[in-house]
Write a protein that binds this ligand. Sequence first.
Ligand code: BT5
Length: 257
Amino acid sequence: MMPLVESFTEETTSYVNEGWTIRVADELRSTNSIAGRLPPWTAVRARVQTDGRGRTGRYWVSDEGGLWLSAVVPCPGERAKWSILPLAAGWAFITALEKLGVKNLRLRWPNDIMVGRRKLAGLLVERYTEQTAVVGIGVNVFNHPERGEPELSGATARLADLLEGNYTLDDITQVLLHSLRAAHATLLEKGFAVIADELNHRWGKPRLVCVTLTGRDETFSGQFHGIDSHGRLQLATPREGFQLYDPTQIELLRELE
Ligand code: BT5
């Protein structure tokens, strides 16, 4: 379980929409850390994050103009059942952006939202309590992440360059939260297999990838073939043939082509 590390130190504005209570702060270290304390169907958004986090300790540039959002969802029942939530959340958010009219999006396993080789959005799903999960998403919208981090130059995409129409961060928040709630209902009512099917249409062509297994130093490469109906990654290597990996077994996957 993640430690609880942050609480609101300033007034936030708060509003209710489609069953979500949305709290908007000016500046937070990380919206995920603060959302960990909050009840299900609460979401936290910040104008900027001073310590935005990626997965396994990586950084996330969270400058003004981007959408930095964390949503708390209920996770009833066995903990293991929810290991597919990061995949389901990726599906929820990519379909939401497609509905806004963004074209040529694809997912990079497990849930990076990409335009070609450029990263538009990243997700960080964390469990702070037994009964809830925090689904964090960072989307570049009007911001310029490469200004704060030159190594991101040429590696990011922004919604402002992809969307027609005048959408505000509030509008995009609502569309994303609506879709996350719908995906959560699909998971409970129909199970993950339906979502897995949808996801397998969104990885793009089979790609050569380089994988680091959790807790191991070594990396190896193989051909990525999407996921199975339980959310396990399907990888083909010359030595081992076709293998299935639970999402928790993989620390990092890089695309080689
Ligand atoms: C992610 O990690 O992609 C998860 C990012 C989640 C961010 C949200 S914002 C709201 C919530 N609060 C948080 O503190 N986090 C969540 P990962 O797959 O590990 O990717 C991290 C890598 O993405 C970094 O090492 C950089 O290479 C790259 N990166 C960092 N900032 C970026 C940005 N703004 N746009 C595109 N790429 C970025």
